[in-house]
Write a protein that binds this ligand. Structure first.
Ligand code: ADP
Ligand code: MG
Length: 619
């Protein structure tokens, strides 16, 4: 049968085009990616062999070999792992859609000098081979199969597949080196690369038929902590996490007692590109007695710790545990408890020991951790203790405990406001009065912030309250002695305020729930607030956008008596009663308050007609 020719998926072609032409200097990472794939393939077969020992046949010991042919100018990376069928070759190496491909392309294109080193992180590590290869041949026989196939490509748009004569199980990848890449024909060069990137791979890597493996080939997590260097931890982290940064936190411990397991977990130092992809799962691999079981163990780690990377190796789970059996498994639930406590405890220490480092961590993963505040009643209080927030107090972030320590006499609640950005929130009319009194407000800008305050309810006995709904409490708080409001309070409210309030109420009718004289505005003329029992404004807008609710609840329009415009309007209302002018003003004030809240106008045509009329009168 002749070789069948096929096209790469379009985005794979684009990716290959960049990789093939890359002038990237760390081309050696191609070997790391191929060895990493070979190791994954061995792990997969070891797991399958538990229930189907016949797949292992008379070749039960896993091995990865790297061999050099100086004459032919090739490097061959071979494994006796699970192998690939014809269809798997076609899909895995050319046609299947991987979410990482376009994400990686985007990153490469955005950061002009994109870092190809990160290729593995995006699940497209195999293609790194084309940095050094003018052609790549992948010969593979799936374990248990009676046919072998060969995939071949020069990385330029097309690849071919045809039947192959490979007799042994597993995969053999032949790299035909480009001109100028002869450094990789040097055994010592390859040995150094294996030592650098693949020392922790648990499968022996044999170089050029030597007797001794070029790596240590033991499960790193089982070694004594004192015998592991920082570099070894780092390389292992890069391998399990497909990451290339330095971990913010490394946790390595052995749990003994009722349940026994070893954990080697990492908190990444940077935010992965798909942190909020709903399909994204945690990145903790489950091993049972050193045998890899799965990297999608449901329930091994709570969803709000999904940024964790690493390995849990259990002594208690049965080796033949199926992935399905892991769901709702009580042993897994116990491990999850242990892991969660450990991680929260260590994050607490991290926060105490290195405030700046912790702030960076929080910036990366705080939004994920806060999901736990909302959805995990068991750990809610523990998370609240290590949570950090931007606030009107200073530039950095604050803990809730620190917030509480700064509360004013008469202040019973922890105030927060939700919105798009801290900068915008800091200028929001709702918190003018708070700022004037020196009352701190948390500035919350993550999506989940709309939800957790109402379920956390209190911290240290203090209620969490939206600043858009402060109600009576605000008036009772003793502000800073020399805050602006004291001066202003001395000024009596303009006489006509009651007339103005009545007039505005009558004019706006059902559009608002009520009209009140504000005690918290200092510089803005008006704002809209939510009544005590009503939904927070920002949350309501979110729910409306997502079609969770249809109708918005009515708002209270607050008028600032200290504002020159309002004072003059009050005067006019007292002297002359309702005029067309004042009525137009009332509507415009309402629309202005809506715009300030980031809302849209319910009737933009009426708005511009009124504005036009007033401008015509004033011009
Ligand atoms: P990733 O390893 O992140 O999945 P790669 O681009 O490195 O992405 O590899 C793509 C896929 O090709 C792998 O997921 C695997 O299914 C398959 N593959 C690559 N190398 C091998 C191998 N040596 N043995 C078996 N399958 C392999
Ligand atoms: Mg890979």
């Amino acid at each position: 049968m002749p070789a069948e020719q096929m096209q790469f998926r379009a985005e794979v072609s684009r990716l290959l085009d960049i990789v093939v032409h890359s002038l990237y200097s760390d081309k050696e990472v191609f070997l790391r990616e191929l060895i990493s794939n070979a190791s994954d393939a061995c792990d997969k077969l070891r797991y399958a062999g538990i229930t189907q020992p016949e797949l292992l046949g008379d070749d039960p010991d896993f091995e990865i070999t790297v061999s050099i042919d100086k004459k032919g100018r090739t490097i061959t990376v071979a494994d006796n792992g699970i192998g690939m069928t014809r269809d798997e070759l076609v899909e895995n190496l050319g046609t299947i859609a991987r979410s990482g491909t376009s994400a990686f392309l985007k990153q490469l294109e955005e950061a002009k000098k994109g870092d190809i080193n990160q290729i593995g992180q995006f699940g497209v590590g195999f293609y790194a081979a084309f940095m050094v290869a003018q052609a790549v041949e992948v010969r593979s026989r799936k374990a248990g199969s009676d046919e072998a196939w060969c995939w071949e490509s020069d990385g330029r748009g097309e690849f071919t597949v045809e039947e192959d004569s490979k007799k042994t199980r597993g995969t053999e990848i032949v790299i035909y080196l480009k001109q100028g890449e002869d450094e990789f024909l040097d055994a010592e060069r390859l040995r150094a690369i294996v030592a650098k990137y693949s020392d922790h791979i648990a499968i022996p890597v044999i170089l050029n038929g030597e007797d001794k493996p070029a790596n240590r080939a033991g499960a790193l997590w089982l070694r004594n902590k004192n015998d592991i260097t920082t570099d070894q931890y780092r390389e292992f982290y890069h391998h399990v996490a497909h990451a290339f940064d330095d971990a913010a936190l490394t946790l390595h411990w052995r749990a003994e007692g009722v349940i026994e397991y070893t954990g080697l977990l990492f908190v990444p130092g940077t935010k992965p590109y798909d942190l909020f992809d709903p399909k994204r799962q945690h990145g903790v691999k489950l091993y049972v007695k050193r045998v890899f079981i799965t990297d999608h163990a449901d329930g091994l780690v709570p969803p709000w710790l999904r940024f964790l990377r690493g390995v849990i190796d259990s002594e208690d789970l049965p080796l033949n545990v199926s992935r399905e059996m892991l769901q709702n498994n009580p042993m897994v639930a116990k491990i999850r408890q242990g892991v969660t406590k450990r991680v929260l405890g260590d994050l607490g220490k991290f926060a105490a020991d290195d405030a700046a480092g912790y702030e960076k961590f929080w910036d990366n993963f705080g939004a994920v951790l806060k999901e736990g505040l909302y959805e995990d009643a068991t750990y809610r209080d523990d998370i609240a203790k290590i949570a950090r927030f931007k606030s009107t107090h200073g530039d950095g972030v604050t803990s809730l405990a620190d917030y509480v320590s700064r509360m004013k006499p008469g202040q019973e609640s922890i105030f927060y406001i939700c919105g798009e950005s801290a900068e915008k929130l800091a200028r929001n009319p709702h918190i003018e009065g708070f700022k004037a009194k020196g009352v701190e407000v948390l500035l919350l800008t993550d999506q989940v912030d709309d939800f957790w305050p109402s379920v956390l309810e209190t911290f240290d006995g203090k209620e969490l309250k939206s600043a858009t709904r402060a109600g009576d409490e605000f008036g009772k708080i003793a502000g800073d002695k020399d805050g602006d409001d004291k001066k202003d309070d001395a000024k009596p409210a303009p006489e006509g305020m009651a007339d103005l309030v009545a007039l505005v109420k009558l004019t706006l009718g059902d559009e608002v729930k009520d009209v009140r004289v504000s005690d918290r505005l200092t510089s803005s003329a008006v704002c809209l607030t939510a009544d005590e029992g009503d939904l927070d404004l920002h949350l309501e807008r979110f729910l409306k956008q997502h079609n969770q609710i249809r109708t918005a609840s009515k708002r209270i329009l607050e008028l600032n008596p200290k504002h020159a415009l309002i004072a003059q309007m009050a005067d006019r209302a007292k002297q002359a009663g309702a005029s067309d002018n004042l009525k137009d003003f009332a509507w415009l004030l309402l629309d202005q308050a809506r715009l300030l809240d980031g809302d849209t106008l319910s009737d933009p045509v009426a708005f511009s007609e009124r504005l036009g009329a007033i401008m015509a009168r004033a011009v």
